[in-house]
Design a protein around this ligand. Structure first.
Ligand SMILES: [Cu+2]
Length: 110
């Protein structure tokens, strides 16, 4: 009795996905999203975000002069611009601006 090869099964699955995806019936890929954390006044806003593995966080200077110290970031004082970081592993990542007391934020990656 013939068995279906894994390749054939994959081809069938891809074909079904291609048919159903436009109708929004299934999610083909979990698209990465980006959350923004503003550096403004004397704090980060918001002070914590939760994202999924593979998502990005955009740190955006939105008022005042700040530095940004933390995983994948070691930026000196500046007052404009942005830094986008992609988080590829689960965990908790803390960021600080050493110019301002208690100016911290936290990225939780799940
Ligand atoms: Cu600051």
């Amino acid at each position: 009795m013939p068995t279906t090869s894994p390749l054939t099964r994959t081809a069938v699955a891809v074909g079904i996905a291609a048919l159903l995806a436009p109708a929004g019936l299934i999610a083909v890929a979990d698209a990465a999203s980006t959350k923004t954390i503003k550096l403004q006044g004397k704090q980060f806003s918001p002070r914590s975000v939760t994202i999924k593995k593979g998502d990005k966080v955009k740190f955006r200077w939105a008022g005042g002069t700040h530095n940004l110290i933390g995983p994948k970031a070691n930026l000196g004082a500046r007052s404009s611009g942005a830094k986008t970081i992609t988080f590829t592993a689960k965990g908790t990542y803390r960021y600080t601006c050493t110019l301002h007391d208690n100016m911290t934020t936290k990225v939780s990656v799940r």
